[in-house]
Design a protein around this ligand. Structure first.
Ligand code: NAD
Length: 445
């Protein structure tokens, strides 16, 4: 049972850089007692004399007000912080020359804490804030498995931006907490209770999801900045105004806000494929031959190719004796447009291998049958799945969404499904013994 006292907890912060000092000042605001540890003796000496070794708005006041009340102390040696209940690791994780992440400082601090706390009888939480590649935290967690009664590992990545770090932590950023132990998650959540407000977003999850939230957050920001920079160069060549282009672009966020994004079988339709190809051509003519848009086109093609490879892998050998059922043919629901729909590339690839294809779509049978007369079309999804070896769900039509899987399971030859829209409850599919591939939602394969 965990015993850490939540209010007024004793906390060690290891690594007194931007993240460590920001975390220290915020946690002291939350009423905890902080020991900041850093191997850099000059840094600790400066901090002890209230000299901030970096510039960050609001940080100096917060940090040194807290140290005035003895709520924060600065030390060089981890041994002086061993009575802490929670150890936040905030050391740097720079890139190595080959591009992989150098986690050596993190590993070193982690192992020091584990060694120093190995004989403890009270609960300790090692809470990692450093940014790490997926898989890192589970490796660390596995190290302390034998000591899991007293040592818990939590990943709590940091999202602050330099220049607005305090404001970001207090007002803007999500609190992401990952652990194998529910109690450890709750303790870390409560550590922040004083700064949690009605608009706070708290995501409690597993290590891998948290690691990906952090990496994808930074890479998404980087992608958007790089895209705007490419647009600016294009504006310069074309005598267009980047600030108005951005103003127009910002409105697209209202139609497709980030939290409405959903994975699928690849984009299609009459506009996105043709306009990205044409835009890549314009960019190329203006000296931007490897633009983000070029990569987007490649990415979409690779995505459909990966889906086709997944279908082939699920069918196994003797493909020409197999049948695949496609549920949904249009590139999205509520249209009968099949132009550039991913279903077209998929049907071609399946027919090329001699695989029999059955299909159901409430609006696109006529147009698709002109393109692919060899496909067998049905007016009812249950007829389409009869004796099939693999169901591939491509469009989020309501008729397909509300399929009765108890009924489907009795009709198909093999209970194999690829749900490219993440439409179904995995538990329902599992109950009917379906082998299922989703687009990154928890998979029952
Ligand atoms: P930083 O370089 O400013 O600070 C790291 C500190 O760790 C240094 O003071 C260093 O002396 C200390 N340190 C190194 N080894 C140590 C050891 N063995 N024991 C004690 N202290 C040690 O780094 P930062 O910018 O605060 O970033 C820390 C982590 O947080 C990184 O993984 C980074 O990617 C991530 N992050 C940074 C930001 C940011 O804006 N800077 C934002 C979010 C996340």
């Amino acid at each position: 049972m965990l015993t850490a006292s939540i209010h007024g907890s004793k906390i060690a912060i290891i690594g007194c850089g931007y993240v460590g000092l920001t975390t220290a000042s915020i946690l002291s605001l939350c009423g905890h007692t902080i020991t900041c540890v850093d191997i850099d003796t000059e840094k600790i000496s400066n901090l002890s004399q209230k000299k901030l070794p970096l510039y960050e708005p609001q940080l100096k006041e917060l940090l040194f007000n807290a140290s005035k009340n003895n709520a924060i102390q600065f030390v060089n040696d981890l041994k002086q912080a061993l009575d802490s209940e929670i150890f936040y690791i905030c050391v740097a994780t720079p890139p190595k020359s080959g591009g992989s992440c150098d986690c050596s400082k993190l590993y070193s601090v982690f192992h020091d804490i584990v060694r120093e706390c190995s004989n403890t009888h009270s609960l300790k939480i090692i809470c990692i804030k450093s940014t790490v590649p997926p898989g890192t935290i589970r490796k660390l967690y596995n190290v302390v498995q034998e000591k899991k009664e007293t040592l818990h590992v939590v990943y709590n990545p940091e999202f602050m931006r330099e220049g607005s770090a305090i404001d970001d932590v207090l007002n803007n950023n999500p609190i992401v907490i990952a652990a194998e132990s529910q109690e450890a998650i709750e303790i870390v959540e409560k550590i922040y209770s004083a700064i949690i407000h009605s608009n706070s977003t708290i995501i409690k999850t597993n290590f891998e999801t948290a690691e990906l939230i952090k990496y994808s957050w930074n890479s998404f920001s980087a992608t958007r900045i790089a895209y705007v920079n490419e647009l600016a160069l294009l504006c310069r060549s074309l005598n267009a105004d980047i600030s108005l282009v951005i103003q127009g672009l910002a409105l697209s966020e209202q139609l497709l806000p980030t939290d409405a994004l959903k994975p699928g079988p690849g984009y299609g339709g009459s506009c996105l494929p043709k306009d990205t190809i044409s835009f890549a051509n314009v960019l190329e003519k203006n000296g931007l031959s490897s633009s983000i848009i070029h990569q987007v086109i490649n990415s979409n093609q690779n995505h459909v190719a990966k889906l086709i490879a997944d279908i082939f892998a699920l069918l196994g050998t003797h493909k020409s004796q197999k049948t695949v059922t496609l549920l949904g043919l249009t590139f999205k629901a509520h249209t009968n447009d099949i132009r550039n729909a991913p279903s077209i590339s998929i049907i071609k690839a399946l027919l090329d291998k001699g695989i029999a294809v059955k299909a159901y779509d409430p609006k696109a049978t006529n147009t698709m049958s002109e393109l692919f007369p060899k496909v067998e079309y049905f007016d009812c999804p249950y007829e389409a799945v009869k004796n099939t070896d693999c169901i591939v769900v491509l469009t989020e039509w309501d008729e397909i969404k509300k399929l009765d899987f108890e009924k489907v399971s009795k009709l198909c030859h093999k209970k194999v499904i690829i749900d490219t829209r993440n439409m179904y409850d995995i538990e329902i599919l599992k109950k009917q013994n379906f082998r299922c591939i989703t687009m990154g939602s928890k998979c029952a394969l």
